[in-house]
Write a protein that binds this ligand. Structure first.
Ligand code: UDP
Ligand code: MG
Length: 336
């Protein structure tokens, strides 16, 4: 007689109960908004979001205890004061202050780790991403989607440079095998289920928009046109953009390392041919004096490739270095 094996499943029942209780009818919505020196845009942002949330509440699409959570990423202007003032005046608004500037991705992560909604939407403080699609995102969630990507349908308001680099970058990442949703930034809805899954990724170098598609779950996309910033200027200077770009590649793909290996192989192949050629020349033509160029050029060439290769290796080594330290990704100073 065979007996059913008695498996013990490592299932976190507390968390699971939470998932089952996910309110699909009228979810508690949390908006997470990273802010860095945004005093110029905040009043308008607050006004527009307040209107929108009230509407959604009246339509019965979200729960009355939904919240807008601003994450102050160590601003040096009056951003935090504005947030506190608003939180005091209106229970819809909440605030989170990081101990210092940690960059958009970490600020976003701090917010995501703190909110308690059934559905969580991340959006920038400047409202360049059309807030009208928040309703579409909520609708998709109510129909059972766990991830809803906001996708830019056109980029006419971005400069040619920004558009070309951004779109080129998405293509480059796709070539490197990183699963990205084309033209999707960090404007998205996550259900509590998807967010709890994301929280399990505790790597220090977290490239959020690269991780989400690998989570799985039922997902969909909503399209919108990207607006211009209505006040203030971009808080993403070229060096922050570049760093995010390199981050995206090196935290998802080992292909650059493989390219180096292929390059090394090719150069070695060429060298073998060169050696044979040199030997033949030497043997067949005793008068031949080895030329200066043919000895110096390979030195430069191989030197260059070696430096480049060391540089790419260094990128990955620095990643390992950062990860092994297991430093916290953000520190919260105050919660409002
Ligand atoms: N941001 C942040 N920390 C930073 C830089 C930016 O929290 O170090 C926030 C910023 O306040 C905004 C969002 O990230 O809400 C996107 O920044 P921005 O609009 O300047 O970027 P762009 O739209 O120009 O790419
Ligand atoms: Mg912006």
């Amino acid at each position: 007689m065979s007996q059913e094996p008695n498996y013990t499943f490592a299932v976190d029942t507390a968390a699971n109960q939470n998932f089952e209780q996910l309110n699909r009818e009228q979810p508690k919505l949390s908006l997470v908004i990273p802010c860095y020196n945004e005093e110029e845009v905040l009043p308008e942002t607050i006004k527009r979001l307040s209107e929108l949330m009230t509407q959604l509440c009246e339509k019965g699409k979200i729960a009355p205890d939904s919240a807008v959570v601003f994450v102050d990423d160590g601003s040096r202007d009056r951003t935090w004061q504005l947030i506190v003032q608003q939180a005091d005046a209106d229970a819809l608004f909440r605030g989170l202050k990081l101990s210092r500037n940690r960059g958009h991705q970490h600020a976003l992560l701090a917010g995501l780790h703190t909110v308690d909604g059934d559905a969580i939407i991340s959006i920038d403080a400047d409202l360049q991403d059309d807030i009208r699609v928040i309703e579409d995102m909520v609708d998709a969630y109510r129909q059972g989607d766990d991830v809803v990507y906001g996708v830019r349908k056109e980029r006419t308001t971005d400069s040619f440079f920004k558009r070309a680099t951004a779109e080129g970058y998405y293509k480059l990442l796709a070539m490197m095998g990183v699963e990205l949703v084309f033209n999707h930034g960090d404007y998205r809805l996550l259900s509590r289920t998807a967010l709890e899954a994301l929280k399990k990724y505790d790597e220090v170098n977290l490239f959020i928009r690269g991780v989400i598609p690998t989570l799985g779950f039922r997902s969909s996309e909503v399209e919108y046109a990207r607006d211009e910033r209505f006040a203030g200027e971009s808080k993403y200077p070229i060096h922050k953009m570049l760093s995010l770009a390199i981050q995206g590649i090196t935290s998802f793909s080992a292909i650059p390392l493989r390219i180096i290996a292929m390059l090394g192989l090719t150069v070695s192949g060429i060298s073998v041919v060169m050696v044979i050629w040199a030997l033949f020349t030497r043997l067949l033509n005793p008068e031949a004096v080895p030329g200066w160029a043919s000895s110096v050029i390979p030195i430069y060439f191989i030197g260059g490739i070696q430096l480049l290769s060391i540089g790419v290796l260094g990128e990955y080594v620095s990643k390992i270095y950062m990860e092994t330290k297991r430093r916290p990704r953000f520190l919260i100073d105050r919660i409002k």
